[in-house]
Design a protein around this ligand. Structure first.
Ligand SMILES: Cc1ncc(C[n+]2csc(CCOP(=O)(O)OP(=O)(O)O)c2C)c(N)n1
Ligand SMILES: [Mg+2]
Length: 522
């Protein structure tokens, strides 16, 4: 007899999913009876950490991540990062435990009420199978839904008594989900691009996710197009030291309009139009100036639908850009003026500035290292002093929900061999500080750089924006990240003087295991 457990693990194996992130409870234990040797269980000490680790691992490996959570309580803890995985478009399978079917007539201890609704609206598919025997096929279906563009999280709730019940084997089934946009519509865009006088591209997270980085560079060079990073882009989609790079669009109407004003055609590649963060001063209805034509290529029909203007083509970015590369050549166009060079900063005696920290990190980090950032007020200085030039080199959460970066970095370090640097604010680090314990247990090559300003500084800045002179709840005195790391088995060093910074980073970046560098910034 094949059990639900055996058939389900076979489905996971078939999809290359052999690492299971999670935090177990009574209702999950039977899933792991006689756990096979080719699987590994990565324990996280809080569910939001487990979800973000699985997200980081999935982004690093390009395969769906799997996370196992304990019934309603565990899913509840994890939901903030399920929201982020949804915005990140990460293929993520949440397997949630449930009480035994025979008890569901009442309200047993630790059960989940309407479990398939609990993840809504941040799951693409969510089921508690009608019969135990349907669990393996439901898992297979969930994996296909999660990994078909636009990718995202799914949830399967499994009653505890299902795992030992009989089930049939699920046959192997491949779903090829890439979307190639309408060829006529793309040919029309190619013509318009060739006819434009000053085109611009806005590149978002889908470019890197879809493996279109080099194709976008080729298309930009062919058209001498100015390239902007999309507001709040979660990945690097264009080399930031390239002659054509024009900087990072802000997440507000007025700033976007100002940047796009000089362009007659704006091609948005793999980004929503636009994820605003503040209202800004709005002239007219949209962030796109009058007289500018907007074209968007995205694999996400929902994003295409809420774009307020222009033409959106639902397509994988790589397919779409290939079609545009086959279009007519443009006339000779002058190159846009280069962005001014960023001046290097000098170390000052008074203490370490964010600029000095980022410049030093840029100087010292290995070229093939990956940076996962969650340090809100450090974003601006990071854009200036820590440029990214390669595919799969930079990751941040697309949602704005804190508590993702540090655990996602641990998951990434488990999923790839290069060094991972987590660049996290002191506030952000504390949403998932237990991730350090998992990093120690996994022994991953992770350098955690804490930007320690003893504040939620981004909120101080927002308070200014709202005209609030005395914000509440933004001071973070008394945190000691070396002690927090030591208590979880991770070595750490506190750095206060500019002269200590480079030696501490150099050593941490060489360590085979995780190290925390607690950088006190002024
Ligand atoms: C889950 C969640 N809670 C609260 C916030 C609101 N928030 C936005 S930025 C921020 C401050 C983060 O502090 P820190 O990581 O120290 O970065 P800093 O602002 O100092 O650069 C907070 C609390 C959020 N975005 N997400
Ligand atoms: Mg801070």
């Amino acid at each position: 007899m094949t059990t639900v457990r055996e058939a389900s693990l076979a489905v996971l194996r078939e999809h290359g999913i052999t690492t299971i992130f999670g935090n177990p409870g009574s209702t999950e234990l039977p899933m792991f009876r006689d756990f096979p040797d080719d699987f590994r269980y990565a324990l996280a000490l809080q569910e939001s950490v487990a979800v973000a680790m699985a997200d980081g691992f999935a982004q690093a490996t390009g395969r769906p991540g799997l996370v196992n959570l304990h019934s309603a309580a565990g899913v509840g803890h994890g939901l903030g990062n399920v929201f982020t995985a949804f915005r990140n478009r990460t293929p993520l399978v949440v397997v949630a435990g449930q009480q035994a079917r025979s008890l569901l007539v009442g309200e047993p201890f630790l059960f989940a009420e309407r479990p398939a609704e609990f993840g809504e609206p941040y799951v693409k598919f969510s089921r508690e199978p009608a019969r135990a025997a349907d669990v393996p096929a439901t898992l297979a279906r969930a994996i296909h839904v999660a990994s078909t563009p636009p990718c995202g999280p799914v949830l399967v709730s499994v009653p505890v008594d299902d795992w030992d019940r009989p089930a049939g084997d699920v046959s192997a089934h491949r779903v090829v989900g890439s979307v190639a946009g309408d060829p006529d519509a793309l040919a029309h865009v190619a013509d318009r691009l060739a006819a434009a006088s000053a085109p611009a591209f806005v590149v978002g997270g889908e470019v890197d996710r879809d493996g279109a980085f080099d194709d976008v560079v080729a298309l930009a060079e062919r058209h001498a197009a100015r390239v902007y990073a999309a507001p709040m882009s979660p990945r690097c989609g264009f080399p930031e030291r390239h002659r054509l790079f024009g900087g990072f669009l802000p997440a507000a109407h007025d700033g976007i309009r100002a940047a796009l004003r000089e362009h007659d055609l704006v091609l948005v590649l793999g980004a929503p139009v636009f994820p605003f963060h503040t209202e800004g001063a709005v002239e007219g209805d949209t962030a796109v100036p009058e007289g500018t034509t907007l074209v968007q290529l995205t694999d996400d029909p929902a994003h295409a639908a809420w774009t307020p203007i222009g033409t959106s083509i639902v397509t994988g970015v790589r397919h779409g850009v290939h079609a545009l590369l086959a279009g007519p050549p443009p006339p000779e166009r002058p190159l846009p003026a280069p962005c001014p060079d960023i001046e290097r900063v000098e170390a000052e005696d008074e203490g370490i500035t964010e600029e000095l920290l980022l410049q030093t990190l840029a100087d010292l980090r290995p070229a093939d290292s990956v940076v996962v950032e969650e340090a809100p007020a450090t974003r601006g200085p990071m854009h200036d002093h820590l440029p990214f030039d390669r595919p799969a080199s930079f990751f941040t959460c697309a949602s704005g929900g804190l508590g993702h970066g540090l655990p996602a970095a641990v998951g990434m370090a488990m999923g790839r061999y290069e060094r991972v640097v987590a660049l996290v604010g002191d506030g952000s680090a504390m949403y998932g500080i237990q991730a350090l314990w998992s990093a120690a247990q996994q022994g991953v090559p992770l350098t955690v750089v804490v930007v320690h300003n003893a504040r939620y500084r981004a909120l101080d800045q927002f308070a200014e924006h709202f005209g609030i002179s005395k914000p509440v709840g933004t001071a973070l005195p008394g945190l000691d990240f070396v002690a927090l790391a030591a208590g979880q088995g991770v070595p750490g060093v506190r750095v206060e003087r500019p002269g200590e910074l480079a030696p501490a980073l150099t050593e941490a970046l060489r360590s085979p295991g995780p190290v925390v560098v607690d950088v006190i910034v002024r």
